[in-house]
Design a protein. Structure first.
Lengths: 177, 175
């Protein structure tokens, strides 16, 4: 074993396990139904709100928006909270840092904001399309799925990392031109 | 307390833990996919290790119910494969993209915008794939102990040992 173990991810992770458990307990008691951590359904609802401003009839007629319901629910506020929590915690320990292009990306594709934006938008589109197909992301399928020993969680997480590892190695392992 | 307030408070704590675990960073996300830095796996498996015990305890005590996602093979396999491709390019999953913007890494806003667009596109595609691809191989809401016909308390210690062995292996390899 190496001289120094960084306990940070283990401690923060274990505390998240406690939070996830308490959250299911609190939501069952206070709201009458269990709420498990998740994030990707919120993007459907947020997209529904945005789309409603230009084409309200179209959103109303769409069966997927009807099924997932365009509303500000528990998970929507959870995702808003993730933003606030990360902001507060990073300001508190002074790890907040404005960054326009991620360092690893810069090494391979340069410091152009436009190229990073294009890559991230494309990646985001594909990732969310996949997450909605699979009915969950690394939070809903990964964390909540594996905590509940759900077969779908194990299968989804294996798929996520399977192609993630493959594609990341194709993109970032190549040498700089 | 209403639903929205409970969600917000839980979310603030969730975001703070993601940030303190340092898993909101692009280099940590991509680092795991490059098999160079296993921070996000350590974080996730630690949460899962504690959460699976806590949640099962509450279930055994009759306090809560599980909320299992269906194992629809077509949907989970095709969607999971696609998600991995996008995750590697974007460098963020949905939860961490929003958290990364909170931490000042404002370039993650592009991933958030892409994800909103992806969700809107999926809503358009849904009627076309709902009855075929997404419905293929529908095995229902199944769990590992259910499939193996054993008590969850048999599965949990075994998984706990597996996760801890993974941690020890990561630390030995300095990952």
């Amino acid at each position: 074993m190496s001289k120094h173990i960084d306990w940070r991810p283990y401690i923060a992770g274990a505390l998240l396990g406690v939070l996830a458990t308490l959250s299911v307990f609190a939501s069952t008691r206070l709201l009458g139904r269990p709420q498990y951590l998740g994030a990707s359904t919120t993007f459907v609802r947020a997209a529904g709100y945005l789309e409603k401003t230009v084409a309200p009839g179209h959103v109303q007629a769409n069966p997927y928006f009807a099924e997932e319901k365009v509303k500000v629910d528990w998970q929507f506020m959870l995702v808003v909270g993730v933003f606030l929590g990360a902001l507060i915690a990073s300001l508190a320990d002074r790890s907040y840092k404005l960054e326009s292009v991620p360092p690893i990306w810069r090494e391979h594709f340069g410091n152009h904001i436009g190229i990073r934006a294009l890559g991230a938008v494309l990646g985001g589109v594909v990732a969310m399309f996949g997450a909605r197909m699979a009915d969950g992301c690394p939070s809903g399928h990964g964390l909540s799925g594996l905590m509940q020993l759900s077969v779908s969680g194990f299968l989804a997480l294996a798929m996520f990392f399977g192609t993630g590892i493959l594609v990341a190695n194709l993109i970032y392992r190549r040498q700089r031109p | 307390m209403n639903e929205q307030w409970l969600g917000l408070i839980t979310g603030i704590l969730f975001g703070a833990l993601l940030q303190q675990g340092r898993v909101l960073r692009f280099e940590k996300q991509v680092g795991a996919m490059l098999l160079k830095d296993m921070t996000i796996i350590k974080f996730m498996l630690s949460a899962i290790l504690v959460g699976m015990i806590g949640i099962q305890l509450l279930v055994s005590l009759g306090e809560i119910e599980l909320k299992i996602k269906a194992t629809d093979l077509g949907a989970v396999i095709a969607g999971g494969l696609l998600f991995g491709v996008g995750w590697a390019i974007a460098g963020y999953c949905p939860g961490t993209s929003v958290g990364a913007v909170g931490e000042g890494r404002w370039h993650a806003i592009w991933a958030v915008l892409g994800m909103l667009l992806g969700a809107a596109l999926f809503a358009e595609a849904y009627p076309l794939i709902e009855k075929n691809l997404l419905a293929w191989g529908a095995l229902g809401k199944i769990t590992l102990p259910g499939v193996l016909h054993v008590n969850p308390w048999i599965v949990i210690p075994i998984l706990a040992v597996v996760y801890i062995v993974v941690f020890i292996w990561f630390e030995r390899k300095d990952l």
